[in-house]
Design a protein around this ligand. Sequence first.
Ligand code: SME
Length: 153
Amino acid sequence: MQKTDYSLLCRQMAALLSGVENEISNLANASALLWQALPDINWAGFYLMRNGQLELGPFQGKPACTVIAMGKGVCGTAAEKREALWVPNVHAFPGHIACDCASNAEVVIPLHRNGEIYGVMDIDSPTPGGFSQEDFQGLQAVAAEVERGLFPY
Ligand code: SME
């Protein structure tokens, strides 16, 4: 599988989001860029904290579950622990929520605003072990650019 140039992707993300104040526009474009740039994924998008739970935001891929409770699934666990999660085999993750049965590996990275959890960036791969350590680190750098693009202060 071809390697992703995360340094380039970070610069592209920063440029794409810069100067845009509408969060939905930025999240929609961010998910589209992830979808185009990552070679082996079947879902890329965002869940946003609303009403104490994660609610589906802009994404690319198949329709997905609209609400995830804090602490549930990979997304809810990452949000509750405020910790980026790298799951090489989703079937071995207790409570994993299968939205697209093609998903086998997943990376979820919490996003923050003013120190509060804002939501998560969620990327799924159809390939077991589809994300390497390098992908996990690269995606965290990309998520940091998304955060900066959304809240540039
Ligand atoms: N698998 C996620 C649910 C969201 S979908 O992957 C789009 C989870 O376990 O939280």
